[in-house]
Design a protein. Structure first.
Length: 576
């Protein structure tokens, strides 16, 4: 199967997944509306009591069941994208694959968010506490929303102040979720200009300001937009969405001990601010690899150019921003200032960029770099790259900016996710029990690339037969079994129990069994462990984590392993 075939499969899986998510959100809203209508008909005392325990449990169970059906096609999207990422890609293709994977992760997070909303309503929600890197989280959120912003002709950028701590202690998934909601809303309601995210220390607090150049929010709508399933209606066109974003964001920020507010709004746009208590983490002095360098940024930009200049200055450079026409005139002069590097924003257009490159070369510019979005990259073509020393994709990561300006060298094909540390599984014999053909394709191809030998069966009964055949005298047993929880004929839980019984009867060693499931119900996880599973992975499965799990289990299969993944803490708690 070639890259084109994989891309077609990804597209089909995305369509199915998006349809499922639309139904999921619609059903959740209908459930909420029905609950409100019922409460409105009750006596005021009954209304104050809210939903009963059984009602909450039924609602949560219903949402968990629907989420299971969504995770299956989503697993196909994520898995095929990861397979595509293992092929040789040029930089542009790699950026698209990375966007697919990031979007898939965000969609998986959305499913979890809706379930979490029910838990918040029931008063059973708890935040995690762990150390995490601040800048990669912020930049990852902005990159995730860049395609949506680019499709509307908007710029989107971020900057983390050098006085901000490099590491925070808290719940990174929930902070990321809130930032996605705020930035996503800003993109939705902005038609011209752009969206910017600035992170900085404000007294005893860490502040995240999401600013846009949209229409602003009228005073009458400023409280309504924080209500569940409410959207501000001042816009003349529908913006879509579930109407959950700001409501759940405010609740999450409050659980973090902070505040979320609409801190500024005008005809020139709005600013939503997250204000969190600053932890004891200390921001180290930022490295300054560009001390003494003069850098010219040629752009007409509300956010990207000022944010780039701020990052360059924090790295020790002297950064100047100029618009296109003045820069052309300046660079054409014989006595033009000497710049170590010039960054040219392709949003100025091919004609302006061509004139700038010519003037800069005549003026003896040392290094020229283009800044472009993936859409602008296609418009300029390969010829434009031959006239410059390199390029950076917007929104520009701070680390990429400093690396490109600190080192020389051409852009090279790369993997979207970088070199993933896949364990070598050479010779590992794996039995895969999976009834979904797309999911089976993903797992078998991935394990094959890792060096494993794979046997696939389509139901639990066949898995028991295959495993038992490997227990006989002179037979070669499987080194690991990958089992879907819900299989035809015999489900994964009962198949696991029968395999364990067969091993005990034959006096054979215990074969590591990994249960893969789209279920988020704790009782399903407990049942899998009770049946004899060694680990549990939640769909969509991260292939690197799958390989790491199998590698770890073949070394120490005797103990149950709680494996971290994209939803690490959720899976871990379900195994306990």
């Amino acid at each position: 199967m070639g890259s084109t075939d994989i891309a077609i499969l990804i597209g089909a899986q995305i369509v199915v997944t998006l349809l499922a998510v639309s139904v999921f959100v619609a059903l959740r809203k209908r459930d909420q509306d029905a609950a409100r209508a019922s409460e409105a008909r009750e006596h005021s005392a009954a209304h104050a009591r809210g939903p009963s325990g059984p009602d909450i449990q039924t609602r949560t169970r219903f949402l968990a069941t629907v989420s299971h059906e969504i995770r299956t096609p989503l697993n196909g999207v994520m898995g095929l994208a990861q397979l595509l990422d293992m092929t040789r890609l040029d930089a542009e293709q790699a950026s698209y694959v990375e966007a697919i994977m990031k979007s898939g992760r965000a969609l998986a997070q959305l499913i979890d968010d809706i379930l979490d909303f029910s838990q918040i309503e029931a008063g059973k929600f708890a935040l995690r506490s762990e150390n995490f890197e601040l800048t990669p989280l912020v930049e990852g959120v902005v990159e995730l929303l860049a395609p949506r912003a680019g499709a509307k002709g908007l710029e989107i950028a971020s900057v983390v102040s050098p006085d901000a701590p490099t590491q925070l202690t808290g719940d990174p998934a929930r902070l990321r979720q809130v930032l996605i909601n705020l930035l996503g809303n800003a993109v939705n309601y902005t038609d011209r200009g752009g969206v910017g995210l600035r992170v900085y220390v404000d007294g005893p607090s860490l502040r995240f300001d999401v600013r846009d150049s949209g229409p602003g929010v009228p005073a009458a709508a400023r409280e309504a937009i924080f209500e569940e399933f409410e959207r501000a209606d001042w816009s003349t066109k529908p913006q879509g969405g579930a109407g959950l974003g700001l409501a759940i964001s405010r609740r999450l920020v409050q659980l973090m001990g902070g505040a979320l507010a609409l801190s500024d709004t005008s005809d020139a746009g709005s600013t939503f601010s997250i204000i969190l208590p600053l932890t004891e983490s200390v921001a180290p002095s930022p490295p300054q690899p560009l001390v003494g360098q003069r850098v010219l940024i040629v752009a007409q930009s509300l956010f990207e150019a000022p944010f780039l200049a701020e990052s360059l200055r924090s790295a020790g450079a002297v950064a100047t921003i100029m618009a296109g026409p003045p820069a052309i005139d300046l660079l054409a002069q014989k006595e033009a200032p000497s710049y170590h590097a010039i960054l040219l924003d392709c949003a100025l257009g091919p004609e302006a960029i061509g004139a700038l490159v010519k003037s800069a070369r005549l003026g003896g510019a040392r290094r020229l770099f283009l800044l472009f979005s993936p859409l602008e990259r296609r418009a300029f073509g390969q010829a434009a790259l031959r006239d410059v020393d390199g390029w950076l994709v917007k929104p520009v990561r701070q680390s990429s900016l400093l690396t490109r300006l600190s080192h020389k060298g051409p852009d090279a094909p790369t993997s979207a996710a970088g070199a993933l540390p896949f364990p070598v599984l050479d010779g590992l014999r794996v039995l895969v029990a999976e009834d979904n053909d797309v999911n089976a394709l993903i797992v078998t191809r991935a394990l094959g690339k890792f060096g494993a030998e794979v046997t696939r069966v389509g139901n639990g009964a066949e898995a028991v037969v295959q495993a038992a055949e490997g227990l006989g005298p002179g037979a070669a047993p499987f080194d690991a079994i990958l089992m879907d929880l819900f299989l035809p004929e015999l489900d994964g839980r009962h198949a696991t129990r029968e395999i364990r019984a067969a091993e005990a009867g034959a006096g054979a060693p215990r074969t590591p069994i990994v249960i893969v499931t789209a279920s988020v119900l704790k009782e399903d996880a407990r049942a899998a462990r009770a049946a004899g599973a060694d680990a549990l992975l939640t769909k969509p499965v991260d292939l690197a984590q799958l390989a790491a799990t199998l590698d770890e289990l073949r070394v120490a299969p005797a103990e149950t392993v709680a494996v971290p993944s994209l939803r690490a803490e959720r899976s871990k708690s379900e195994l306990q």
